[in-house]
Structure formats: structure tokens, C-alpha cells
Design a protein around this ligand. Structure first.
Ligand code: CDP
Length: 562
């Protein structure tokens, strides 16, 4: 079993380890891996269960492969709901709106997050026929969802997370864009669904019509470029909204015969159809470096186990609603991805912002994607393809039957990376050393696990205090060149390179890629718009920017306070 950091143990004890009715912790981390592995292997043939349980347990205990948090929390428990991502439909009537709210509460209780499109709701001030009143508009309903999430947050296994999507053509789009500039909506991420037509109109400086969602009639004409600048301005100020390039997302819809995409999960990496769910899992790439090179065979074997493990999650999952059970059983979507990308690069001695890193991202994720698809094809041969395969885009294109309508997603791995003690998702290192403000105001000093060894190898241990004080290596006097180069942090990497890295991974991912495009504090609104345009041009499915220092109470702070 791989060693868990103190931080990992604390996180596991707080939310993941089984407890009795009085709240006493009942299992050790070893027990958690066994509980989850055994519960998932129940999907296997009876004679094969113990073999697969052992395999899954070894992958998790070795911190090579972890399923998303709800699986770790709930597998093997009564009513075990194991998926992290859901999308619920919201129609333009009160019954539908409040059904969605109720269902979201149940999903949050189980540790899942919910995404909604509010694009179908009539705009503020519109007529409500039954009462002869006026509609309050999407943003006011989003606030109701936020308040409900806030109120019930203590009841579930973790605080509920939501995503609100609004189409860029909705007449209330400006109110939506500015909705997170002030307080409120703490339980929501918001994203504007930007159509290709809108992005092109913005590029060309053309007018763009906002349309009434029900009639489709043009309500008002705006300048597309000014609207995109408004979005960029809000994101510059508050980190939100993000953009989702919904036409592009739809172009990759594997089952357009069933429904169109209109929303994504809370962190944006997983587009889902109405009433669809997805279970994610992540491979810790830092575990697949051997002697300064990628261990390709080891990685391939882990990908195969990951696809099987996630397919087993689908089989044993207890779905929160019959509608969700139906869509999920039909499409059997899974999202296997990677974390620890920056750790792998450090081990290979490649700087995150070097061209070689972009090339390796292409090569590595292309490899993972091919192996993952092959594994899903092998599962289809063994267990049958996903029931919607026959009418899917994949079948129409002459593709081989797969067990899963989608196989790969790159998740943020916010908690998984803490449990595995690795860098999150495909992000650069946040810092080479930092203070983590843990619960109860405790602050912990941490440095990157490779840092001290590398300094020693260069005979440069004396630089450690400077690195701890600065949090970064680049540009710090007295820090060896090699350390400065390899230990690139999120703030050292130029925004353009962040976008290019996201695009490199996106080329080989069925679903989306979670990525934050970090901008320096002094970045301009103009640079945000340029990042949007580059992301659109390079084929990303969406973009989230974050300008340093925008939000108060950041969990991680650069450097260690002296
Ligand atoms: O690391 P972990 O498995 O906890 O989650 P993540 O990779 O950071 O996030 C994956 C997805 O889990 C998000 O996009 C959300 O759909 C969901 N999530 C949530 O519902 N609530 C949270 N507090 C965090 C994540």
C-alpha cells in the first residue's frame, strides 16, 4: 500500500471512512479500499469476484487509480449512490422548476453535483398567463436553488455543488453574466453557453440577436463583441462566468437520437443529457514514471482496470431517480481521466510550459484514449454494448461496439488529488511550497515531494528556505536554473500555454477537460477575451479563467508566511 500523507488521512477521516450511528469512525483507509473494491466487484461473475476485488483494491491502495468521491464514500453502504455528475432538465413551468430542485437536493445528499440549463425559462418581465403576473426570470430561480442548497448543506455527505448554464442568446444574459460579481450564488458555478454563431459574430464585430426562448422571436440586437467583453469583464473580476462552447459539445454527442446537450456538471468537464449521470475516475500519472520515462505498459494495464472498475460502478450503482436510471443504463457513460500530470512532468524533467510538455500531453492522452476505447470494446464483447449503441453516432460512423457511450473525461480531482497526494488533474503545480489553510484555522506547510530530492542532487539544499518563502522557483535568486525550469507553477505558465495544454488533452477526450486558465493579477480584460478566442479556435469545449487574487479566502496561498 502506498503511503498516505497526513492531509490525505485527515480528509479520509472527515468524510470518507465509514462511521457508526454515533459518528465514531469504523474503518481505516485499508478498510475503505477493501469495502469499495468488494462492492464494485459484485458486478463481476460470481467466480471472478474475489480476483477483481483484489485487483481494484491494489489499484486504489497503491494510489494509482481512484473513482470519484461518491464511490469512495458510498460503495458498499445501503443506498449507495456512486456517481459525481448529474444534469437535470428545467422547463418553463413551476412544477418542472421545483421538481428539479427537489431532485437536486436528493442528489446532493448522496454527494453528487447537479448541472442545469435555465435557458428555457421565459425572461424577466414576461407574461405569466395563469396568474396574469410577470415572470421573475432565470436568475431569480437560480437564487432559489442556491438558497435551498445553502439550507440543506449540512445534511449531505458534502456541500452540494451546482452549475447553471444560460444560452448567450437568452434576453436575461446580461443579468446572468453579472450574477456572481456580488455576494450570493456561493453554491453555483455559472457558465454562458456560447454558440459558434455567437463566437464568430464576436470575431467579426457583427450584431447578435437575443431571442425569446419560447417563440424564438428576436427580442433585442446587441453587439456580439461587446457582449463577449462583458463576459470577459465579469470573469476578470470574479472568475465567472465560464464559457461552454455548446455547439462543439453537441457535435461530439454520441447519442443525438436520444437528446441534445444543454448543460454540464458543476465543474464543467462533463456534458450530460437531461437526466443523465456519469461516474468519473482518475489515474495518478505520477505513479507511472520509471527511470525518467513513462511506463507505457503499466499505464495501459491501469487504463484497462479503470474502464472495468467504472463500468462495474454503473452496474452496482443505486440511482437516485428512475429517469436517471433509465438514461444512464441506456448510455453507460463513464469518464476515466488522469491526475498528477504536473508530477509526471517533474519526474521526467520536462517543464510544464515547454513545447515537449504539449507534445507529451498529445501522445500520452492519445494513448490513454486508445487503450480506454479498446477496453470498452473488449467489455462490449464480454457484456454487450451500451443499449443505445445501435442508433448512436458511433454506430452510424461504422465504429466498433463499445460498452460505454463515452469513456474519458478529465476531472478537477479536487479531493482525489489530496487523497493521492498528487498534483490535481492536468494542472501545473499550484506552488512548489505552500500553506494549506485546513479546517479549524490550522495551517500546514507543505513542499512538493520531489523538491528536496532534486535540490540535494544538485547540492543546493540551501535554496529550500527561499523556495518555502516564495512558493515558487522561477525568478527566485539563488535557486538553481534546473529547479526554476522544472518546477513551473500555475502562475509561471503563460495563459496561452494553459489554453494550449487544455486543447492538447481535449483532442483525446470523449467528454471535457477540467482546466483553470490562470492569469496574473495585472492581466487585462482584453487578455481574458484573447484566451476565450484561442480556446474556441483550438477546439476546447469550454473555458474557465481565474485571475490571481480575485476571490477572497483562497484555500491555498502562495509561499509560506515567514
Ligand atoms: O476529487 P473529487 O472526486 O472529489 O471531485 P472533483 O474531481 O474535484 O470533481 C468532479 C465532479 O464531482 C465535479 O465536476 C462535480 O460534478 C462533482 N463535485 C460535487 O458535486 N461536489 C463537490 N464538492 C465537488 C465535486
Amino acid at each position: 500500500m502506498a503511503r498516505l500523507t497526513d492531509n490525505a488521512r485527515a480528509v479520509l477521516a472527515r468524510r470518507y471512512l465509514l462511521r457508526d450511528d454515533a459518528g465514531a469512525v469504523l474503518e481505516e483507509p485499508e478498510g475503505l479500499w477493501r469495502r469499495v473494491a468488494t462492492a464494485l466487484a459484485a458486478a463481476e461473475e460470481p467466480g471472478e469476484r474475489s480476483r477483481w476485488a483484489e485487483r481494484f483494491e491494489a489499484r486504489m491502495a497503491g494510489l494509482e487509480l481512484l473513482p470519484n468521491s461518491p464511490t469512495l464514500m458510498n460503495a458498499g453502504r445501503a443506498g449507495g449512490q456512486l456517481a459525481a455528475c448529474f444534469v437535470l432538465p428545467v422547463d418553463d413551468d413551476l412544477a418542472s422548476i421545483f421538481d428539479a430542485l427537489k431532485w437536486a437536493a436528493l442528489i446532493h445528499q448522496s454527494g453528487g453535483g447537479t448541472g442545469f440549463s435555465f435557458s428555457r425559462l421565459r425572461p424577466k418581465g414576461d407574461l405569466v398567463r395563469t396568474t396574469h403576473g410577470v415572470a421573475s426570470g432565470p436568475v431569480s430561480f437560480i437564487r432559489v436553488f442556491d438558497a435551498a442548497t445553502e439550507t440543506i448543506k449540512q445534511g449531505g455527505v458534502r456541500r452540494g455543488a451546482n452549475m447553471a448554464v444560460l444560452g448567450v442568446e437568452h434576453p436575461d444574459v446580461l443579468e446572468f453574466v453579472d450574477a456572481k460579481r456580488g455576494p450570493g450564488l456561493e453554491n453555483f458555478n455559472i457558465s454562458v453557453a456560447a454558440s459558434d454563431a455567437f463566437m464568430r459574430a464576436a470575431q467579426r464585430g457583427e450584431p447578435f440577436a437575443l431571442r425569446h426562448p419560447r417563440s424564438g422571436a428576436p427580442a433585442v440586437e446587441v453587439s456580439a463583441r461587446e457582449l463577449l467583453d462583458r463576459i470577459a469583464g465579469a470573469a476578470w473580476a470574479s472568475g465567472e462566468p465560464g464559457l461552454v462552447f455548446l455547439d462543439r459539445v453537441e457535435a461530439a454527442n454520441p447519442t443525438p437520437d436520444l437528446a441534445r446537450f444543454e448543460a454540464v456538471n458543476p465543474c464543467g468537464e462533463q456534458p450530460l443529457l437531461p437526466f443523465e449521470a456519469c461516474t468519473l475516475g482518475s489515474i495518478n500519472l505520477g505513479r507511472f514514471a520509471r527511470g525518467g520515462a513513462v511506463d507505457w505498459d503499466g499505464l495501459a494495464a491501469c487504463v484497462r482496470d479503470g474502464v472495468r472498475l467504472l463500468d462495474d460502478v454503473l452496474t452496482v450503482n443505486v440511482w437516485p431517480l428512475p429517469q436517471i436510471a433509465a438514461v444512464s443504463a441506456r448510455n453507460r457513460k463513464i469518464g476515466l481521466g488522469v491526475m498528477g500530470w504536473a508530477d509526471l512532468l517533474v519526474q521526467l524533467g520536462v517543464a510544464y510550459d515547454a513545447p515537449a510538455a504539449l507534445a507529451l500531453a498529445d501522445e500520452l492522452m492519445g494513448f490513454v484514449q486508445r487503450e480506454a476505447h479498446a477496453a470498452s470494446e473488449a467489455l462490449a464483447a464480454e457484456r454487450g454494448p451500451f443499449p443505445g449503441f445501435a442508433t448512436s453516432a458511433l454506430a452510424r460512423a461504422g465504429g466498433r461496439p463499445r460498452r460505454n457511450a463515452t469513456v474519458t473525461t478529465i476531472a478537477p480531482t479536487g479531493t482525489l488529488s489530496v487523497i493521492a497526494g498528487c498534483s490535481s488533474g492536468v494542472e501545473p503545480l499550484f506552488a512548489v511550497a505552500y500553506v494549506r489553510h485546513a479546517l479549524g484555522g490550522v495551517s500546514l506547510e507543505e513542499e512538493h515531494p520531489e523538491l528536496l530530492g532534486r535540490l540535494r542532487a544538485l547540492g543546493a539544499e540551501a535554496a529550500l528556505p527561499r523556495l518555502l518563502a516564495n512558493g515558487r522557483a522561477r525568478g527566485v535568486p539563488g535557486v538553481p536554473e534546473e529547479i526554476q525550469r522544472v518546477f513551473a507553477t500555475a502562475h509561471d505558465v503563460a495563459p496561452e500555454v494553459h489554453v494550449r495544454m487544455q486543447a492538447a488533452f481535449q483532442r483525446h477526450v470523449d467528454n471535457g477537460v477540467s482546466k483553470t486558465i490562470n492569469l496574473p493579477r495585472e492581466a487585462t480584460v482584453e487578455s481574458v477575451r484573447r484566451a476565450y478566442e484561442l480556446a474556441f479556435e483550438l477546439g476546447c469545449k469550454g473555458i474557465t479563467v481565474y485571475r490571481d487574487g480575485t476571490r477572497e479566502g483562497q484555500v491555498l496561498t502562495h509561499g509560506v508566511a515567514a
